[in-house]
Design a protein around this ligand. Sequence first.
Ligand SMILES: NC(=O)c1ccc[n+]([C@@H]2O[C@H](COP(=O)([O-])OP(=O)(O)OC[C@H]3O[C@@H](n4cnc5c(N)ncnc54)[C@H](O)[C@@H]3O)[C@@H](O)[C@H]2O)c1
Length: 300
Amino acid sequence: GQLGMGLAEMLRKQYGTDNVILSDIKKPPPHIFRSGPFVYADVLDYKHLRELIINNQITWLVHYSALLSAVGEANVALARKINITGLHNVLDLALENCLRLFVPSTIGAFGPSSPRDPVPDLCVQRPRTIYGVSKVHGELMGEYLHHKHGLDFRCLRYPGVISVNTPPGGGTTDYAVQIFHDALSTGHHECYLRPDTRLPMMHISDCHRATVEFMQAPECQLSLRTYNIAAMSFTPEEVAQEIRKHLPQLKVTYSPDSVRQTIADSWPVRFDDSNARRDWGWAPAFGLEELVVIKLVYQP
Ligand SMILES: NC(=O)c1ccc[n+]([C@@H]2O[C@H](COP(=O)([O-])OP(=O)(O)OC[C@H]3O[C@@H](n4cnc5c(N)ncnc54)[C@H](O)[C@@H]3O)[C@@H](O)[C@H]2O)c1
């Protein structure tokens, strides 16, 4: 999906093309198919996953398959299956085969009763979406198996990720990808959130680098198994203002979508990532200004 393809590219540069296998249930674009090993794998098919792990001598597993927040609310039964049953398959296989396992979490793992500005790593988590509920479940199951059976489970709570050329998968922060595309094509963006909706965001290259650095960190450096990571927080109005410094004609209209606005209003506006910075040296490279320059000038 949006994140897997770029992460594979980064890992392949470090570990060799043939040592990183991408998988999905969807046919990938031709350039991805040509870029290295790709296999069909359904997270709901336990036996086939086990066969892939054993036949390919897998040692690390990055589990990205999920239905995201907005798509999940539209299909709760499927989200429950993929995000919870699929995760259980992956956890069991990782334990059985001594894999190092990475599972991402999200700002969506918090809810209206969590502290919002900033939200720390450890606090009340009562999300109101099936996506958030499944992510809290993932955090807890992974940590439980780590403490009880020594599973090398690692989890980062990603902010909204702003990708370069892969389309977003139906999350609440997708507008922050679309606005750049619209600014460069039609010059008009219709935003499904209110102009003052502040959410944590991150450029995709920071997200991939955080993931790789965290996966490589020695176990003894980790005081937690689930960390917040932050880079910037902005509102639609602020990102539009920043884009207008380069494209003054950008027009943004607002037509809040009740599902996504309600989700966004229940999420924190800023992550406290001080534990990640202290334990394994996390530091983002992109703030809002750098993000806008790179999106408009270098990697539209
Ligand atoms: N993109 C973000 O802004 C963001 C933010 C926080 C966390 N995350 C997390 O990062 C991970 C990746 O997100 P993404 O943006 O790449 O999502 P995405 O929707 O683009 O990709 C998810 C992929 O999962 C695949 N999938 C669906 N059902 C499957 C199944 N049964 N078996 C195997 N694969 C299946 C889909 O085909 C899709 O390619 C997710 O776990 C998501 O929760 C993403």
